[in-house]
Design a protein around this ligand. Structure first.
Ligand SMILES: *Cc1c(COP(=O)(O)O)cnc(C)c1O
Length: 459
């Protein structure tokens, strides 16, 4: 039997949701041109589009909203944020910003320019964009096991450190502007990075005098996986583990919309380099606003100060990651394939296995996402050929290595019963999977088509 760790909270305020009838759902998805991004949120029953900014704040965070200090300078909320962040990361300097990509916009050009590269276990898409906007190139260097969706590996998010050294030699250390460790590895499905791996990456970087940046969106989930899976950490607290993780880096950029459980916010941390921090501040002022608010209201900063701490609570993390593990175990029992082991924030269903008759150019993962909406009003998204789009040179559809339908689970939002609805829906789809047909694109923009493209079911 799969253990479900019961919610370590009770519910004080509710947000009603409603499942439309099947006929209505069929109509709504057609009106949305068979694009989940075109659906109105009111027409969605369970929204698994993303775990970013969709979490539920606690009573303490909402109380923080009321006592937030909106002073332009010297705000109490800012001081509370610095204190809270220092307690977790043990860095000297912090700069709030309005979200993760704003942190990247401030930080990347300090280390990167034309002719340089950034090497990462895997760049998140906005991180890659900001590396490239700074004029540099982004190189991914994740371990090979990350590409194997079936076999177990406890830390599929790890950097391939052997290859990292080869890449540094190849590009020349002076041309590697920074090494970015993404925890957990979002693009690899929320897979964790081990402490041993972070430490080794850091040693390599030091030996070549290259700065290390942690992309810290899921600092707490990664620490939780280290506690559960890495020898020597079982008795350490989440905060002790986080402190050690961050001790191996020089700087971090963070989207606080994930593990800090706020709806908007971001943070930059600088371990101890006063000169770098001066540059961070100087860049933040024109891009984001004065240093004590960085594009946020004082109340949001207060909520971030509290959320950073709540994100590190062991009982919360056990329930949080436990939800994904529960979903995974239930689907396993039903013979539905997914990327294994389950990641920290999402489950990636293997649509290629569920819909083998739908070829990549008819978008199996998108087909499954649409079917999930039709079946039970669940919104997920395609991480596969539909998202990849066309080759910019030839205009031909790219064949993605994987066809995943991603179920991203918001924090503290859905209950066990909601998860059961998801499982039942997938089981029902599996029953009639062989009858399902794919889709074709009838209109698409030149780039990032998956957000706005229009599709049509194939006969
Ligand atoms: C979400 C995310 C970002 C970008 O953050 P935003 O707050 O969406 O701008 C960067 N890196 C990772 C790993 C993320 O998950």
């Amino acid at each position: 039997m799969t253990k479900y760790y019961a919610e370590p909270f009770k519910i004080k305020m509710v947000e009603p949701i409603k499942m439309l009838t099947r006929e209505e759902r069929i109509e709504k998805i057609k009106e949305a041109n068979y694009n989940v991004f075109g659906l109105k949120s009111d027409d969605v029953y369970i929204d698994l589009l993303t775990d970013s900014g969709t979490g539920a704040m606690s009573d303490k965070q909402w109380a923080g909203i009321m006592v937030g200090d909106e002073a332009y300078s010297g705000s109490r909320s800012y001081r509370n944020l610095i204190k809270s962040a220092q307690d977790i990361f043990d860095y000297e300097y912090f700069q709030p910003v309005h979200q993760g990509r704003a942190a990247e916009k401030v930080v990347m050009p300090i280390f990167l320019e034309k002719g340089k590269v950034a090497i990462s276990n895997m760049h998140f898409d906005t991180t890659r964009a900001h590396v490239e906007l700074a004029g540099a190139r982004a190189v991914d260097c994740v371990i090979r096991e990350a590409l194997d969706t079936v076999n177990y590996h406890p830390f599929k998010g790890n950097m391939d450190n052997e290859r990292l050294e080869k890449l540094i030699e190849e590009y020349g250390a002076e041309n590697v502007g920074m090494i970015i460790i993404t925890v957990t590895n979002n693009s690899a499905g929320g897979q964790p990075v081990s402490m041993e791996n972070i430490k080794k990456t850091s040693e390599i970087a030091k030996s070549y005098n290259i700065p290390v940046c942690i992309d810290a969106a899921r600092y707490a989930e990664n620490a939780y996986f280290i506690k559960k899976r890495e020898a020597g950490y079982e008795d350490k607290s989440i905060k002790e583990i986080a402190k050690e993780m961050f001790s191996y880096a020089d700087i971090f950029t963070m989207s606080a919309k994930k593990d800090a459980i706020i709806n908007m916010g971001g943070l930059i941390g600088v371990k101890n380099d006063a000169e770098i921090f001066e540059t961070v501040k100087a860049r933040t002022i024109p891009l984001e606003g004065f240093i004590s608010y960085g594009g946020l209201a004082g109340r949001d900063i207060e909520a971030m100060a509290i959320g950073l701490q709540e994100g590190t609570d062991f009982d919360y993390l056990q329930y949080r990651v436990g939800q994904i593990e529960y979903l995974a175990a239930k689907l396993d029992e039903a013979g539905i394939a997914f990327q294994s082991p389950a990641g920290g924030h999402a489950l990636f269903i293997d649509a290629k296995k569920m819909l083998p008759q739908v070829p990549y150019y008819e978008f199996p993962a998108q087909t499954l996402a649409l079917e999930l909406y039709i079946e039970a009003g669940i919104r997920s998204c395609d991480i596969g050929s539909y998202m990849m789009g066309n080759n910019p040179d030839t205009g031909e559809q790219i064949e993605s290595e994987f066809e995943f339908t991603r179920l991203a689970v918001p924090r503290r939002v859905y209950t066990q019963s909601h998860l059961d609805v998801i499982v039942e829906a997938l089981k029902a789809i599996k029953e009639r999977a062989s009858d399902l047909k794919g889709y074709k694109v009838t209109w698409e923009p030149a780039i990032l088509r998956h957000f706005t493209a229009k599709l049509m079911p194939l006969e």
